[in-house]
Design a protein around this ligand. Structure first.
Ligand code: FUB
Length: 324
């Protein structure tokens, strides 16, 4: 187990916690899990979330404030069902909440909602971002002020249904010896409401410079992209899905390619694993979730935090998730 871990919210089930520091305060943007009574399946239908709450903290071990409902699926004009992992970015005093939800044809798209405050409430745009697809947006602000969105997730996240940013009929995962499906990265437009370019593949390379293969379930990308920068290097971290690891790869710029480095978090109790990494008041933290408080119900997760340690060479010390 990690040296110090803390469950953050006892009164709601929360997952996929994406943490950011805005004006010296830590804000967390998680999914809000509910028990919708839908049987578990590989499509993730049982993750039937309907709204988001935003949380904030002045100290990592201090009180966690629940700011209430920040966005409700009922208020998104184009939405159908399933509000999955969201993320927030700040530009010029405005806050942009990016979220995936299935549209009325049951296709995941990524939407954006805006607020003057980091905790919302957020007002959604009339339509999803043009050309968006799949799930799990995370937004990284580079030192020059550009914002990059990383997104994608296979199986229930529908990424296997796209090639070169176009939907393909009957899309499947590649064969085991073919390159794995990549996450996508795209620079956002200056106004933050659209993609500023065509999304590109996030290439994950092995130690020989070869792309990770689809059959390499212990290392290939599945979902839950996150990017942070540390000492001039860009770290792309992600979930391996069915093998339940949070792994990371390192690169020299926000587009990659990224070379696989190792495991940040071993399996947790539950099925999904999803995280974020943020520095707050001089220390680095891993935010993640597990299903211990719900007694192992995979669709009722609880977010938590622990300290993250870097070695001198910039590699990350592995944290024991306590599962499997
Ligand atoms: O919370 C719903 C989905 O489960 C997320 O979008 C995935 O990353 C997984 O955590």
């Amino acid at each position: 187990m990690a040296k110090w871990t803390r469950y953050l919210v006892p009164h709601l089930y929360t997952a996929d916690p994406h943490a950011h520091v805005f004006d010296g305060k830590l804000y967390i943007y998680p999914s809000h899990d509910i028990d919708a009574g839908i049987p578990e399946n590989d499509n993730g239908d049982h993750f039937a979330m309907c709204d988001y709450h935003v949380f904030s903290m002045d100290e990592i071990d201090g009180e966690v404030t629940d700011h209430g409902v920040a966005l409700d699926v009922e208020d998104i004009p184009w939405a159908g069902r399933q509000l999955w992992d969201c993320d927030c970015a700040c530009k010029d005093g405005k806050y942009y909440l990016y979220f995936p939800v299935k549209d009325q044809n049951d296709i995941f798209r990524i939407g954006v909602a805006i607020s003057d405050k980091p905790e919302g409430p957020f007002i959604p745009q009339e339509k999803p971002l043009e050309g968006s697809y799949s799930i799990d947006p995370c937004v990284f602000r580079d030192a020059d002020g550009s914002h990059y969105m990383y997104f994608g997730g296979i199986w229930g996240g529908q990424l296997q249904s796209y090639r070169s940013n176009k939907a393909v009929e009957g899309g499947q995962e590649p064969l085991d010896n073919e390159p794995a499906l990549p996450a996508r990265v795209v620079k956002l437009s200056d106004d933050m409401f659209q993609f500023g370019e065509e999304p590109r593949a996030v290439l994950l390379l092995d130690e020989n410079g070869e792309e990770l293969k689809a059959g390499d379930h212990d290392r290939r990308f599945f979902e839950a992209a996150w990017v942070h920068e540390y000492q001039g290097k860009y770290y792309f971290s992600y979930s391996t899905g069915n093998t339940q690891k949070i792994c990371y790869a390192m690169g020299d710029n926000p587009y990659g390619p990224f070379t696989y480095e190792g495991v940040i978090l071993t399996p947790v109790v539950g099925w999904t694993t999803h995280h974020s990494i943020a520095a707050f008041k001089g220390k680095w933290y891993l935010f993640y979730h597990d299903c211990v408080p719900s007694g192992g119900k995979t669709w009722l997760r609880s977010m938590k935090v622990c300290e993250l340690e870097f070695r001198e060479d910039g590699t990350i010390c592995t944290i024991d998730g306590g599962g499997r």
